[in-house]
Write a protein that binds this ligand. Structure first.
Ligand code: GLP
Length: 266
């Protein structure tokens, strides 16, 4: 796992977008795992800017989102489908038919989850998975004690998560759906490459526990310690409680691939 620490959230957004753009250039039909949340907004803005500047072609890119609220229609502005349309899908030349977000209104939710897993497999698996970090350490909507081999399924949301996400629901945690469809921890671990993107001081403690703490089921992000190729991109504020942060900085500075990115971004 490489941990790249950058001065500000803006640097983090630029580097992450640059990396995604490079993967799309290297593989025009990339299978991109998308995440939602405030952290991702700036990343999608930067990606759109890059795609305009460098005529990046998304026409063959396939996307799979991590999660969606159960009971919220895709046309509803609080849905993650709506979020994705607004922040990315409608702003680049992605084919709508190539974009996948679980259907939170499916009549048979278990069948929807199974079909979602099958669609990921049929696409050849996820090449690059974007991940944010919930303040309780969840990835996707994998709440505490989600099995590390879990697959896409319906997951009840923790009270903490409903509070964290109340903003989109008029500030009322009770108005946040009680369940969501989420890719499982196992689904995420199967991705060929993953990028965990974390910014802000409010995430410093949970980031340190996720990366340096013991692997525990109550913090599902700790499962990323088993990922074959996971990079963490963070700002100084979120990295502030990492015990070995000087080592990570030094390590990354010796890896040519990161050195090139850092020269460009800083
Ligand atoms: C939601 C999403 C997660 C995301 C998290 C972080 O809970 N389901 O996938 O990582 O929010 O959100 P933010 O970036 O707003 O802190």
């Amino acid at each position: 796992m490489d941990i790249v620490i950058l001065p500000t959230a803006e640097h983090v957004e630029r580097l992450t977008a640059r990396l995604v753009a490079d993967r799309v250039r290297a593989k025009p039909n990339l299978v991109l795992g998308c995440a939602t949340g405030r952290t991702m907004e700036g990343i999608y803005d930067q990606l759109v800017a890059l795609s305009e500047q460098d005529a990046l072609d998304f026409s063959q890119v396939r996307t799979f989102n991590l999660d969606e609220y159960v009971g919220v229609a895709s046309s509803d502005e609080r849905s993650y489908r709506h979020y994705m349309n607004r922040h990315l899908f409608s702003r680049v030349n992605l084919n709508e038919g190539n974009t996948h977000v679980p259907n939170g209104l499916a009549e048979d939710l278990d069948a929807e989850c199974e079909a979602y897993e099958a669609a990921i497999l049929a696409a050849g698996g996820i090449d690059l998975q974007l991940l944010g970090l919930g303040s309780n350490g969840h990835i996707g909507f994998n709440e505490p004690l989600s099995g590390f081999q879990s697959r896409t399924r319906v997951q009840p949301l923790a009270p903490h998560t409903r509070e964290q996400n109340a903003g989109m629901f008029g500030g009322d945690p009770e108005a946040v759906p009680t369940t969501a469809i989420t890719m499982g921890v196992g689904t995420i671990l199967d991705s060929r490459e993953a990028l965990l993107v974390v910014t802000g001081e409010h995430k410093a403690e949970i980031l340190a526990r996720s990366l340096e703490g013991p692997v525990v089921g109550v913090i599902t992000a700790t499962a990323l310690q088993f990922h074959r190729r996971c990079h963490v991109i963070t700002d100084e504020a979120a990295a502030s409680q990492l015990e070995l942060k000087e080592f990570y900085r030094d390590e990354v500075s010796h890896l040519p691939v990161w050195r090139d990115y850092l020269d460009e971004i800083l």
